[in-house]
Ligand binder design. Structure first.
Ligand SMILES: [Zn+2]
Length: 334
């Protein structure tokens, strides 16, 4: 959630950086042009402010984020979850500095993440039994780091952990390992072979193609003497599925993505039968500028020497949320 209006953001930049309103508006315009007008004016102003180092939000007032959406490098995050497991408290002595570190695992409806505490006051909450299994905690002012492919929320002496905070309920915690553990990444950081979740705006979309598939498993079938043959199911009932190519842009880079079957339908917002009869220009105009959270795998296409993203799951997201997340990440990269 962006808490400031466009004029308020411009006002803040003006006040802190001494730029004229025209200069600021020019920068916002540049940003909008760069992102092909696909983010809101407020979102662009927000990014400009962050690039200039103008702090718009009170760090303690920032929006809470779901575990799945955590990205390595984020700061001042607020995340809540149910405590699933406590780990041992370790004492360390490193470079003449000694202290304690302790951690526990939390989960929400979207995922699980380890919370690592570097502050004795916070750790004492675990030692005295306030932080225990099945309580809900809200971690404030944490920073996200990647450790061996997993995100961890670190909290130091600037951080805060509330136990059973008011007004927070956590639904059924997502099963561990029920889905591949996708790490959220910026497009510029995506490498071939990465399984990742990326958020971006559709900036280009190509007319879908169609193929015959098996109605049991959805995989492609071959036609032999008019019969549909599935590798797994043998002779099968033939269906039809779409394959969709599009470009996603998150402001740091753009990426060619491919989505098949139900994921293609999810992006298109209609089933394959309807797609076939619909006017593609209309579909395209509806989709350009829409924003999605896409989980999948980046593969190198050797023939074209480019990275392509194979979509395995799609979620539509709130554009303002993206601007907010992007602003957070961009800020720490500057
Ligand atoms: Zn099959």
């Amino acid at each position: 959630m962006l808490q400031l209006s466009y004029d308020e953001i411009v006002g803040k930049i003006k006040e802190e950086k001494g730029l004229s309103e025209d200069q600021i508006k020019e920068k916002v315009k540049e940003k909008l042009t760069k992102l092909s007008d696909l983010i809101s004016k407020e979102g662009a102003a927000h990014i400009v402010a962050n690039e200039l180092g103008v702090k718009l939000l009170d760090p303690l007032n920032k929006r809470e984020i779901k575990i799945e959406r955590l990205v390595s490098g984020m700061r001042s995050v607020i995340v809540a979850g149910k405590v699933l497991k406590l780990y041992r408290v370790f004492e360390f002595n490193k470079n003449g500095r000694s202290g304690k570190v302790a951690s526990f695992l939390i989960g929400d409806e979207t995922g699980r993440v380890r919370v690592v505490m570097w502050d004795t006051n916070l750790i004492s909450k675990m030692e005295n039994g306030d932080i225990k299994e099945d309580v809900v905690v809200r971690v404030k002012n944490g920073y996200v780091k990647n450790n061996n492919g997993f995100n961890e929320v670190n909290v130091g002496n600037q951080g805060e952990i509330e136990v059973n905070p008011e007004g927070i309920t956590i639904g059924t915690v997502k099963e561990a390992g029920s889905a591949p553990n996708f790490e959220r990444k910026l497009l510029k950081d995506l490498n071939s072979g990465d399984a990742a979740g990326v958020i971006g705006t559709i900036t280009q979309i190509f007319e879908p193609r169609f193929y015959d598939n098996c109605t049991q498993c959805g995989k492609k079938v071959t036609l032999e003497n008019g019969k549909a043959i599935c590798k797994q199911h043998g002779e099968t009932e033939k269906g039809e599925a779409a394959v969709l190519n599009f470009f996603l842009d998150d402001g740091t880079a753009n990426l060619r993505c491919v989505a098949f079957r139900d994921q293609a339908e999810k992006i298109l917002g209609m089933n394959t039968g309807v797609v076939k009869t619909a006017n593609f220009e209309t579909i395209k105009n509806d989709l350009l500028g829409k924003q999605f959270l896409i989980f999948g795998r980046a593969n190198k296409n050797e023939m074209f020497n480019r990275i392509e993203f194979m979509t395995s799951r799609v979620e539509e997201v709130d554009p303002k949320q993206i601007a907010d997340e992007l602003a957070k990440v961009i800020k720490i990269d500057v």
